[in-house]
Ligand binder design. Sequence first.
Ligand code: GLY
Length: 378
Amino acid sequence: MTAIDVRPSPDAEAVAAAVAAALTTIDRNIATFGTNYPGDTTTGGNYLDRGGNFGWTTSFWPGMTWLAHELTGDASYARAAAGHVPSFADRIHSLSDVDTHDLGFLYTLSCVVPWQLAEDTVARDAAVAAADHLLTRVLEPAGIIQAWGDMSDPRQQGRTIIDSLMNTPLLFWASSITGESRYADIARRHTEQLRDNILRPDGTTFHTFYWDPAGGEPVRGETEQGSSDESCWARGQAWGIYGFALNHRHTGDPSFRAAAERCAERFLDRLPADSVPYWDLVFGDGSGQERDSSAAAIAVCGLLTLGGDRYRAAAGRILTSLIDDYSTAGKPDSNALLRHGVYDKPKGVGVDEGNLWGDYFYLEALTRVTRPDWSDHW
Ligand code: GLY
């Protein structure tokens, strides 16, 4: 039987120390990377320069820097973060590596945030262009946003993935800024399809799911980064908690909140003794498998968004574990904020390493508990 984690939420002193340690690392990374981009994951505990703005994770770097600004009020963080806007504007306007649903992750943090915090109109226009490009990935008649690859690639056609729930906030924002409902309408239909098909009856989730491109019928679930098609990839379940919660906030649809709660219940009842999941929820203590600290950090943000005593207490336990046993506080030999994440175990990529999204959501979690009045930008 799994031991019950009874640790309390971190107190104000522990949170302040964790924030101070994170800011020290971010300061060092600004000096190292500037307007370049760290890799998706660390290599032997340290990020290397990736050499350009490509892939799905680059926005987490300015995203973290904007959080540092919001935590401290220090204008130098805002300048460092805003320095990434030209690169993201160029990427979308030149259509460079943008055939992906991850435009939401990329453009919410890199461009919606500087529009909201600094009225940067170049950033605003780039974010609207990214939302327009995301709409080119809608597959009718299913009404889903295809996740990966060329729209005519038979391997990818009709496929979406649980992570996509974090990309729809860009569409809700685009509707609010343009006054055009077509972005939000697509986001809502897409989320309804995931609610009905990617979420299983027992509250676990498929990583990816296919719809028939011609008829639009749901076909089958399949994993890419989980242990098996029928298992439950830990980070996917965390994306489900936070993603359905955000889609509920944008639409007010109670079925999206119910979906987020079902994801949360399964996530919580499959946690090991220290409240940080193994990379697939099929694994427990004694399995010898690696943890995915990034799944824990994402789940904390989702649980805090859901709110209520039970989810806040669970988020507090997970965050305490991350601060105490997974953060790099006091470990200057790493330039990540969190250790022990997993990117893609089946392919052997980023296993037991830090990663940019884990760092971002860890700092977002710390921001949420430091400033309960803070409004996220999703
Ligand atoms: N969104 C890709 C991942 O979570 O690995």
